[in-house]
Design a protein around this ligand. Sequence first.
Ligand code: EPU
Length: 337
Amino acid sequence: MSQLVKNISLKSYNSFGIDARAKQFFEFSEAEQLISFCKSIDIKDKEVFILGGGSNVLFTKDFNGLILHPVIKGIEITDETDSTVLVKVGAGEIWDTFVEWAVNNNYYGIENLSLIPGYVGASPVQNIGAYGVEVKDIIESVETIDIYDLTNRTFSNKDCEFEYRDSIFKSKLKSRFLITHVNFRLKKNGQLKTHYGNIETELKNFSAINLENVRQAIINIRQQKLPNPNEIGNAGSFFKNPIVSTDKANELKLEYPNIPTYPAGSRLTKLAAGWLIEQSGWKGKSIGDAAVHKNQALVIVNKANAKGFEINNLADMIVNSVFRKFGISLEKEVIIL
Ligand code: EPU
């Protein structure tokens, strides 16, 4: 299946539910379809954006270029050792469908990433993470097509230049390499990571600590704190947690003894953006239909018919407040278009 649609509404293609339009939208389920389409147009002349599940993007205006939307499916074991399996997954699989598949088959490694919205193809782009696990820990390689040269290129884990919520696909090589498949190395007998956040407390409600129950505990925790994008438009965390010098963090700790801090490498400390935003007075506040979520200040929601630019304006006001109060510049995690 492949199709080119012109002047399409993107409302059902982004989790904020923003009704922006795209001039051209090409959806395809096989890599070869993308290659023949690209041969038929002059792609270098166009503004291109690769859209997965649309759960980490904010359209602030109509998109005057070409959107590529891969819906490549498939979950396939391609290699097996005594202790691991290598799984090749199509970019268009829903991330949580893959996590569910892994847990049902007793493969360890991604259970802490349960219920993260979006497609598998987007998971390496922003190195999704939660509860002490990042997808870079499990990715072996990423298969792509260079949309300019129409050649295949496989990126090893190291080639992807993974950082906290970042990779080469979100920075240097943005919109150049279209991810078709991701290869994940999962473990047959892994160790559960239950020390992070409230997982241990939530697990007390279960009769045993096992793979399936850790997934369910994380689903429960996320459902309590995070708004369901099917009910109220949002893109999960809107901002990254800022990483500052440990000296700066220590200074803040003197003034705000309760500030949460996490070690982040040599003389660096990660702060909780949600905490900084709440302390700046924004939790639960709205401006029109754009609002800061009442249970988690890191999340901005579209209460009904907010425009993308209104959500972005609210985000800018938050950035200014946090800077004035703490001297820290929050960086947006969501891609602003
Ligand atoms: N906090 C507040 N007020 C708030 C929100 C948080 O005081 O409104 C405090 C919490 O009490 C806690 C600290 O901030 O002390 C950190 O909060 P939490 O553990 O909830 O995690 P987070 O830093 O807000 C990150 C990820 C989430 C991920 C969780 C769990 C980022 C940008 N966000 O959030 O990822 O689910 O950890 O691991 O790193 C996402 O990327 O969309 C996402 C939801």
